[in-house]
Design a protein around this ligand. Structure first.
Ligand code: SAH
Length: 244
């Protein structure tokens, strides 16, 4: 149960929050903690706050980048207290947990931001959904470990047999790495064909990523899209060299 779910903390500053997050996870049967460039880890403070969940700390994976932390995930959910300008697909914590409960076959990451500044837009671009914990509109930012606790609790509740609805299961969804490779390819092609002006890129790539993230493509679809890009590159090269 929930073995496919990982909790990713990006750049946590306070070791105590890492420990408290591990405890929050273990009491709700979550096991996989991933840390992206924690300021200090391991640490006595984290172990103290973990209070019996130190086994989970010992098994925590430490990564240099968010991309590495979410590598095999077919579903990536970014937790944010703030409403963003761009139209990220938004979901509340309960619906997110329900969605995960219906997708036991895919690796899933819940990504949490820094204590002081949350997640950057660049990091959120890697997320299929922006997840919010409904709170006081005038004071909506939970402590990092408290936010992990709410997510873990909602996930646990889906396992307890409550009635939940979610999206239907997708087959073999493209992983974060496969999507990133596709975005790199797409970026190269829109530059090559002169559609994207490198001096004035505006929001093109960000909007395209949001579009494809919303579509939740599976592996075959990504392969088709990459095949089209490769064909476009061929035509473009042939034109450049005076061919067809
Ligand atoms: N000051 C930061 C908040 C950081 S709180 C900001 O303005 O974004 C640390 C992390 O806890 C956040 O990045 C987010 O991942 C999570 N979090 C806190 N409150 C939340 C809420 N109401 N909904 C969803 N996630 C929340």
């Amino acid at each position: 149960m929930l073995a496919n779910v990982r909790i990713v903390l990006v750049n946590p500053t306070h070791p105590g929050n890492i420990g408290a997050a591990a405890r929050a996870m273990k009491v709700m049967c979550l096991e996989r903690l991933v840390l992206v460039q924690p300021r200090l880890f391991p640490s006595a403070e984290a172990t103290a706050l973990a209070s019996g969940a130190d086994d989970l700390l010992a098994r925590a994976r430490v990564c240099d980048t968010l991309d590495a932390a979410i590598d095999s995930c077919g579903l990536v959910i970014g937790a944010s207290a703030r409403v963003r300008n761009l139209r990220w697909p938004k979901i509340d914590v309960r619906d997110a947990a329900a969605m995960v409960a219906h997708r036991p076959e895919a690796d899933v990451a819940f990504v949490f931001g820094r204590e002081h500044s949350g997640l950057t837009n660049d990091e959120l671009e890697r997320c299929h959904y922006l997840m919010n914990i409904p709170a006081n509109p005038g004071y909506s930012s939970l402590n990092l470990a408290a936010a992990v606790q709410v997510v873990a609790y909602e996930l646990m509740m889906t396992q307890a047999g409550s009635q939940v609805t979610g999206e239907t299961t997708g087959e073999d969804l493209a992983t974060a790495t496969e999507l990133n490779n596709f975005y790199d390819h797409l970026h190269r092609v829109v530059l090559d064909i002169g559609f994207l002006d490198p001096d004035s890129p505006r929001q093109l790539m960000r909007r395209l990523k949001l579009l494809f993230n919303r579509a939740r493509p599976d592996r075959t679809e990504i392969n088709i899209l990459r095949g089209i890009l490769t064909a476009v590159e061929g035509v473009n090269r042939a034109r450049g060299s005076g061919g067809v």
